[in-house]
Ligand binder design. Sequence first.
Ligand SMILES: Cc1cc2nc3c(=O)[nH]c(=O)nc-3n(C[C@H](O)[C@H](O)[C@H](O)COP(=O)(O)OP(=O)(O)OC[C@H]3O[C@@H](n4cnc5c(N)ncnc54)[C@H](O)[C@@H]3O)c2cc1C
Length: 318
Amino acid sequence: MTPPLRTLLVAECRDGAIVPATWRALSMAHAIGASVDLLVLEPQSLADDIRGVARILTPSEAPPATALAQAAYIAHAMDAAEPAYSHLILPATAWGREILPRVAARLGAQPLSEICAVTDAHTFSRPIHAGNAIQTLTTDRWPILLSARPAAFAPFTPPDDAPPPSVATLAPPTEPADDPVRVVDFQPARGERPDLREAAVVACGGQGMASAGDFTLIEQLADALGGAVGATRAAVDSGLAPNDWQVGQTGKIVAPDLYIGVGVSGAIQHIAGIKDARCIVSINNDPGAPLHAVADYRLTMDLREAIPQWLALLAARQ
Ligand SMILES: Cc1cc2nc3c(=O)[nH]c(=O)nc-3n(C[C@H](O)[C@H](O)[C@H](O)COP(=O)(O)OP(=O)(O)OC[C@H]3O[C@@H](n4cnc5c(N)ncnc54)[C@H](O)[C@@H]3O)c2cc1C
């Protein structure tokens, strides 16, 4: 029997703020049609303008920033809830992927990860085989533990008259995790450019950039468009670009309004990371490049001519 629908969404917190992927996961929570509470493990990340949730749960003191300790708090919030939560949702970010299996182990539940669509309260879809197939799963075992693929959901927009949520204090778990591991430092790779996973524009260079010597043209294009720089694995492996720029199955999943692939052939492992881009531009001197086949706009041209011309046009407009 389907219990009353109540979802607990767990916010990812970083640097004293809630990470935007949380608001995308909130859209998925509302697609289930349940009333949504938000668990914010770091009270210092709370903001006054949070809307679209019925209640905020937060501990009086943040748990240690380790996966086991945070999982213990989340499992405790689920166990202590009265009435019980029907769903638990975390964003399917690197953080969410660390935490969800640990919560599932504590609750003795099977998590459904990387969800990209909601059919009803117990039927969900997710991409498999590097995004080449969509699998639909159903379960009648409650609570249902889910992770929401950020690229698949737009950030939740609450109605203008959405009331502020109430705030309740979450007591610490009765059985805290005895975690021997402590995070002593966290240095995100960060520059002036937007985060690849959140950027509206991504200029992505492939191995073809070797013909230009380096990634300078790609970086100039990204900067001229206010975007982030991405790279294929081949470009990373050959030392043209740093690891954290890699886009694809084993890199970052991006969902920009505009993705520009320059000297990118379009291997399936790369396409897996750009499937949710709203507009794909491919610049390649090979008319048969697979990226051309999936692109909205394709330019068959040497990138060493195409990018300087584009940059000149952008400069002329400023
Ligand atoms: C398990 C596994 C996981 C993987 N994960 C990823 C992943 O996460 N991300 C990823 O990207 N790849 C991944 N790969 C690698 C993937 O299979 C491809 O090898 C890689 O994406 C190819 O990168 P590329 O397009 O830069 O290089 P290439 O395939 O070498 O393509 C270079 C392109 O540049 C074009 N070009 C060359 N010179 C010019 C020029 N002057 N002007 C215009 N165009 C030019 C060429 O025509 C060609 O199309 C993975 C592979 C495996 C097996």
